[in-house]
Design a binder for this molecule. Structure first.
Ligand code: ADP
Ligand code: MG
Length: 912
């Protein structure tokens, strides 16, 4: 390890730069060896300094920290940069609390460097002085050499930091001024002295800034001690701050003048201020020093004065920017080299020291030679590197920082890649926020609950208090009432006593007055007696009249009671009757149900055993009746219908057709239909108004079943000629036509078609029937397509045609001799359907149509239409193929008797 510290290291070229750790501090002996001629004491004040603890670790061991302390200072953006770099971030980012500086390489990457102190653009001059220079100054006052250097690109604030005079603004004072203040404050003017030299180094020439004529001053080195001096330089003794500031001002002025003369710039030169402090060591401090040293042999009286010499060197270095070798600033390459020679030599020395190189090229430049005893070793050295914020000078700033780093002998500062992950930070914050929100919600809920609880409690409390209050009030009231009553009672007693007393008094007084009032009192008594008698008489009269009234009332009451009894009896009879009637109705109902059940059963059995036989009757109900009749004749039992008829009476059954109860109506209409199926009943039914009721049902009932059964009943009744007329009279054909148009159910249509078919068989009704749309209704029902319906339609047509042919033959051969017109059936468009179905495979349809065709053909006037409608072919077929002989014959006869048909057959060469 270096025993003689920095200074000796430079001298010998073999000593390393000391590290920060106290253990590496040189031993006190090294101090002594340096100061052999001046006997510097090793006892020193501890320093409050912060720049790497220059003063720390010194106490007690007198060690000298050898490491160059390096601070970095950032200049704030100047006016030009504020405009030019407005859109850009600074090229550095300072973390003063971590003593770190981040140098942005680009938008996403930066290098981090650590310094002994990081001074932001806001750092005050005072603070800069205190952390950078003050420890050095104190060290100088303690007798060491000390150096403060500013290194950096031109315009970054080296001169600002070191040389500001601060006359206009005391806060702006730089390190030079403040150092002198501290030194002046600390020395004793009587015994101590301060002298100052101010030099400029430009192109390896030293100039005296305090005497411009003094040019090219040589450096003198003491080969023994290694002390460096510039004896040619003006040395001015400083007595006070004012003289020092004047001196600095003078130096600045000369510097400006010299640079103008040399046609150069201050930024190319180094300014060096040397302050020599000579102090007299006194009192116990000196004694202590002597005891520790070699003063023990000396007598107190002959002791020589002890002096401490310290030298402070403040160096405002030339701008660190590289000079363009092409000579853009008007310098030759040689010039450029020598301008920067000192600076590059300084860099090389620092590098060598930092790398523990055995050779430190101190002699390469005047600057390094001049600083040899002031840089390291026993000297305290502080370097302040100044940088600007502009990203445009990133290169220069980087090299400045690297210089500083090397000076710290931390060549490869660990580059902390420490990008903040703002996304995860945001996530973390979000989570935290959510937690806080949830917590807040919980707290709010709890608060509300609490509030509610308190409210309820308060309400309970209030009601309790109110209750208590009411109770107390009541108690109080009753107490008052009791008191009040008691006092009233007392008062009454009192009053009674008083009254008694008063009465006895009055009695005494009256006894005295009696003889005087006697006469008057008797007259008055008589008068009131008379009054009393009158009143009594009136009352007696009143009583008597009331008594007679009472007797009268009693009598009329008896009469009334008898009346009531009579009425009650009547009511009872009525009720009996009603009960009987209700029983009867119930019986009837059950019979009705029974009957309809039986009817349904019978129908079902019939349907099952029908075996394809054509029921020429109209209704299944009818068939049921027939069936029951057959049954009757078989076993001699009375049919239930007849029973019913006899038991209930037709009128009643008919009245049930209008019952409110739809079930009753249905059963009733079924019963009526069954009855109507029997010829014997038909007349009675019609007489009892049954036909009208049935027609009404057809008209008004919404129930399809009722309309179907009613239509069936009407069809049955329509078998009778008289009834047919009645039906027509009561508008039956329109009602049936309406039902035919509305209904979809084939059974309903079958009933309606059956009824109309029956009506079609009445000669007298032909015109009306056709006029009221009967034939159209009949033909309309073929839409249903059901064979049963079609059979009824065919039957109707056949009936109608038969009547027409009868009428025509009568007319034809009648005495009137008038010709009848064409068939109404043909007029109403029945012919196509007739021809279409003439050979229908269902025999009931086929037979009726065959008959109809024969009837139509009998009337010569129909012949042409029949031929054109294709009916002739059907007639020919019937006459040849019909299985029923009577029809075959009829057809034959018809064909042969009609001249039109004959002519046509001849024309077609058909043999008939
Ligand atoms: P250098 O000596 O490094 O060439 P200067 O000290 O001449 O730089 O500073 C250049 C300019 O910047 C000057 O106008 C100076 O007042 C200003 N300046 C430098 N440092 C600061 C600072 N820390 N705060 C404010 N202005 C500064
Ligand atoms: Mg400057």
């Amino acid at each position: 390890m270096a025993s003689n510290g920095y200074r000796n290291g430079i001298l010998k070229g073999s000593v390393k730069v000391e590290k920060l750790s106290p253990s590496s501090n040189p031993k006190p002996s090294s101090i002594k060896s340096k100061t052999t001629s001046t006997q510097v004491s090793s006892v020193r004040r501890s320093s409050p300094a912060s720049l790497g603890g220059v003063g720390s670790g010194v106490k007690g061991d007198s060690g000298v920290p050898g490491r160059v302390r390096v601070a970095v200072r950032l200049r704030p953006r100047n006016a030009e940069e504020q405009v030019a770099d407005a859109d850009f971030a600074d090229c550095v980012e300072l973390q003063p609390e971590l003593k770190r500086l981040k140098l942005r390489k680009n938008n996403w990457d930066s290098d981090t460097y650590e310094f002994d102190e990081v001074l932001t653009e806001f750092a005050s001059q005072k603070r800069v002085y205190e952390v950078v220079a003050k420890p050095v100054v104190e060290s100088v006052l303690d007798g060491y050499n000390g150096t403060v250097m500013a290194y950096g690109q031109t315009g970054t604030g080296k001169t600002f930091t070191l040389g500001r005079l601060g006359e206009e603004d005391t806060a702006a004072r730089g390190i030079m001024v403040r150092s002198m203040e501290d030194i002046l404050a600390d020395i004793c003017p009587e015994t101590d002295s301060i002298s100052v030299s101010y030099l400029q180094l430009y192109m390896e020439t030293i100039q005296d800034l305090l005497d411009p004529t003094n040019d090219n001053i040589p450096i003198v080195e003491d080969p023994k001690t290694g002390d460096v001096s510039v004896p040619g330089a003006t040395l001015v003794e400083i007595r006070n701050q004012h003289s020092f500031v004047e001196l600095l001002r003078l130096g600045e002025a000369h510097r400006f003048a010299a640079n103008t003369k040399l046609n150069t710039e201050s930024s190319r030169s180094h300014a060096i201020l040397m302050v020599h402090v000579k102090r007299c060591v006194k009192g116990s401090e000196a004694a202590l020093s002597i005891e520790n040293g070699n003063g023990s042999h000396m007598s107190k009286n002959f002791r020589p004065p002890l002096v401490r010499k310290g030298k402070l060197v403040v160096v405002d270095l030339a701008g660190s920017e590289r000079i363009d070798k092409s000579g853009s600033e008007g310098h030759t390459l040689e010039e450029a080299k020598s301008i920067n020679l000192s600076l590059s030599a300084l860099g090389k020395c620092i590098n060598a020291l930092a790398e523990n190189s055995p050779h430190v090229p101190v002699r390469d430049s005047k600057l390094t030679r001049l600083l040899r005893d002031s840089f390291g070793g026993t000297a305290r050295t502080s370097l302040i590197v100044t940088i600007g914020p502009s990203p445009r000078h990133r290169g220069e700033t980087t090299s400045t920082i690297m210089f500083g780093q090397r000076a710290m002998k931390v060549e490869n500062m660990v580059k902390i890649k420490e990008e903040f992950d703002y996304k995860s930070l945001s996530r973390r914050l979000d989570i935290q926020l959510d937690k806080l929100i949830a917590e807040h919600e919980r707290q709010q809920k709890a608060f509300q609950d609490e509030l509610e609880r308190i409210t309820i409690e308060a309400q309970n409390h209030i009601s309790e208090v109110e209750r208590n209050y009411a109770e107390a009030l009541e108690n109080e009231q009753s107490r008052y009432q009791k008191d009040y009553k008691e006092s009233i009672k007392k008062l009454e007693e009192q009053w009674m006593l008083n009254q008694q007393k008063l009465n006895s008094d009055r009695a005494r007084v009256e006894v005295k007055q009696e003889p005087l009032d006697m006469g008057l009192a008797v007259a008055e008594l008589q008068k009131s007696l008379q009054n009393e008698i009158n009143l009594r008489k009136a009352a007696e009269e009143e009583v008597n009249s009331l008594k007679s009234q009472l007797v009268q009332w009693r009598r009329s009451e008896a009469v009334g009671n008898a009346e009531v009894l009579k009425l009650r009896k009547l009511l009872e009879d009525e009720e009996h009757q009603k009960e009987k009637l209700e029983e009867e109705i119930a019986g009837l109902r059950s019979q009705l149900l029974q009957l309809s059940f039986e009817a349904d059963e019978t129908r079902r059995s019939l349907d099952r055993g029908g075996s394809g036989k054509i029921l020429t009757g109209l209704d299944s109900l009818m068939s049921q009746v027939r069936n029951s009749q057959i049954k009757d004749s078989g076993n001699g039992q009375k049919a239930p219908i007849v029973n019913l008829f006899e038991q209930v009476g037709l009128q009643k059954i008919l009245s049930l057709l209008e019952s409110e109860d739809s079930d009753v109506r249905i059963h009733a209409v079924k019963v009526v239909a069954n009855l109507a199926a029997e010829e014997a009943n038909q007349e009675k039914i019609v007489q009892a108004g049954g036909l009208t009721s049935l027609l009404m049902l057809l008209k008004s009932s919404e129930d399809e079943m009722i309309r179907r059964v009613a239509a069936g009943a009407i069809a049955n009744l329509a078998m009778n000629e008289t009834n047919q007329e009645l039906i027509m009279d009561q508008g039956g054909i329109s009602l049936l036509s309406m039902t035919a148009a509305d209904a979809d159910d084939p059974q309903t249509l079958r009933m309606v078609a059956g009824a109309i078919a029956n009506l079609c068989g009445n000669d007298k009704l032909q015109i009306t029937l056709r006029g009221e749309g009967g034939i159209k209704a009949l033909l309309g029902m073929v839409r249903c397509g059901h064979p049963d319906v079609l059979a009824q339609v065919a039957r109707g047509i056949a009936n109608f045609a038969k009547c027409e042919s009868r009428a025509s033959s009568q007319v034809w051969y009648s005495s009137t001799g008038t010709k009848a017109g064409r068939s109404l059936l043909i007029d109403d468009g029945a012919l196509p359907w007739i021809v279409q179905n003439a050979n229908n495979e269902a025999s009931p349809i086929r037979r009726h149509i065959e008959l109809a065709l024969c009837h139509l053909a009998q009337h010569e006037v129909n012949a042409k239409d029949m031929i054109s409608g294709g009916a002739l072919w059907e007639l020919v077929r019937i006459s040849r193929d019909c299985s029923r002989e009577d029809i075959r014959t009829l057809a034959n006869r018809t064909l042969t008797s009609s001249p039109t048909f004959q002519a046509e057959l001849r024309r077609l060469r058909i043999e008939c």
